[in-house]
Design a protein. Structure first.
Length: 152
């Protein structure tokens, strides 16, 4: 498995986004965020969201998880999402449960512990979290060639 992209969405906007490997031609970041948010909303409405937390095509899977966070400008916790765009694997359901879901949970928990109760509309404050995201995801962002190259 190779993680192609990772990010965090809140109110339809990307708070954090890292592209490790291109999945398509350059797309405007706001349009991409809106599309990913729409996909997540669709999956949650159309399917039993307790069972399905990923959606895939021929090459890639978008996996996501929801958590709640409180912004300083709201008293009620709101949903935010961590997502990964990954290469499609043969036994996706098993892989999702054992590897991807725990990674996404770790991402949302660390983000929430760092930013809960803060003003979440100021995006520049989240640049530092990209380093944390890199640590959490580790070598899962590398292709087989990159892993071999770093070994030797």
């Amino acid at each position: 498995m190779v993680i192609r992209e990772a990010g965090l969405l809140f109110r339809g906007k990307n708070l954090v986004n890292i592209q490790y490997h291109a999945t398509s031609e350059e797309i405007d970041e706001d349009i991409r965020s809106a599309l990913i948010t729409a996909i997540i909303d669709f999956v949650e409405i159309a399917f039993d969201s307790n069972n399905m937390k990923y959606l895939g095509g021929d090459k890639y899977i978008i996996a996501f998880i929801e958590n709640k966070i409180t912004s300083i400008d709201m008293t009620v916790p709101e949903s935010f999402y961590a997502y990964l765009i990954i290469d499609k694997e043969k036994k996706m359901e098993k892989y999702f449960k054992k590897v991807i879901r725990p990674l996404l949970i770790k991402v949302t928990n660390r983000f929430k512990s760092a930013y809960d109760g803060k003003y979440l509309s100021e995006i520049t404050q989240f640049l530092e979290f990209k380093k944390e995201l890199d640590k959490i995801l580790g070598s899962a962002t590398q292709t087989v060639d990159q892993k071999l190259h770093s070994t030797f």
